[in-house]
Design a protein around this ligand. Structure first.
Ligand code: PLP
Length: 307
């Protein structure tokens, strides 16, 4: 969050207008709703998959377009190339949070974005043992972000820097394995009688599949699903039966991690707010680790049988 807030506050000034989407990470959304108004920056959050609405808002005036794709936890997909073109025609800077995709699966700068941000806490570090973030882009944009970050103090401590660098050496291996396993698990869940719906951009049934196929070289390690009994109670009964998956709020690590967004990433939203974001109460987010995929599938099969 330090690098995301540094990027936004370094590049924006009062009177500016930000166009973004409703499904940005909760902390980022809080910057738009709680802090931008304080600095008289207008921030509009569009329906995430409604490209026409996003384009219409950009046309009304836009200093900065802020996107996140795939989103967390429902893996919605936004067309980076299409919207970057429209935003640039308005003279806007395009920022993309690429945390869920990772640089192995998606390169927003090549698709037209100007700045890419990552929570390095997730896949980049990959071991759930360090917090950090990165921003990438041209020097004329990164210099003011760097300066803001230095003055406001969101600097990385040396131990975290060491752990993140060490983790990144295996990023390519880990992410490719996570891509393959998540695809297998998504297909397994999609055909399971106890599962109502699976959200994974690699599935043909995903509404963003065509865009994801164009702009991503792998579909990532994160998927989510709802059981036929779509309730927090049902999710709460399933999760303790998983032996491999850790119940935790993090994602993108070597260990598989599961959590219902209703009690983790989106615990601060009311049920109505979650409903508006299209997050079912019984949704289970599954961040695939690097364990043997047969073990992960057996684990899910046996927990689902236990229901
Ligand atoms: C997409 C995305 N961006 C940013 C963040 C914030 O990351 P951090 O916890 O490293 O501040 C998260 C955390 O979950 C995230 O999922």
């Amino acid at each position: 969050m330090g690098i995301i807030s540094s990027t936004l506050f370094a590049l924006l000034a009062s009177g500016n207008r930000v166009v973004s989407v409703k499904d940005t990470y909760g902390g980022t959304s809080a910057i738009f709703t709680e802090y931008m108004p304080k600095y008289r920056i207008d921030a509009v959050q569009c329906d995430t998959a409604d490209h026409d609405q996003i384009e219409a808002e950009i046309a009304k005036g836009c200093t900065l377009l802020y996107l996140e794709t795939p989103t967390n936890p429902t893996t919605k997909i936004i067309d980076i190339a299409r919207l970057s073109k429209v935003a640039h025609a308005q003279g806007a800077v395009v920022v993309v949070d690429n945390t869920a995709a990772t640089p192995i699966n998606q390169n927003p700068l090549q698709l037209g974005a100007d700045v890419v941000v990552h929570s390095a806490t997730k896949f980049l570090g990959g071991h759930a043992d360090a917090l950090g973030g990165v921003a990438c882009g041209s020097k004329h944009l990164i210099d003011p972000i760097h300066h803001y970050r230095e003055i406001h103090g969101a600097v990385l401590d040396p131990m975290s820097a060491y752990l993140l660098l060490r983790g990144m050496k295996t990023l390519d291996l880990r992410v490719k394995r996570q891509n393959e396993s998540a695809m297998r698990i998504a297909r397994f869940l999609e055909t399971h009688p106890a599962v109502d719906r699976v959200f994974y951009p690699g599935l043909d049934s995903h509404p963003g599949h065509a865009i994801a196929t164009r702009q991503m070289s792998g579909f990532g390690g994160i998927l989510s699903f709802i059981l036929k009994e779509n309730s927090l109670g049902a999710a709460g009964r399933l999760i303790p039966h998983l032996r491999f998956a850790h119940a935790a709020g993090n994602l993108g690590a070597v260990e598989t991690i599961v959590a219902p967004p209703a009690t983790s990433s989106h615990v601060e939203c009311t049920p109505e707010e979650r409903a508006r974001l299209g997050i079912p109460e019984g949704l289970i987010r599954y961040s695939t680790g690097i364990e043997d995929v047969e073990d992960l599938i057996d684990d899910l099969a046996s927990a689902l049988r236990g229901l």
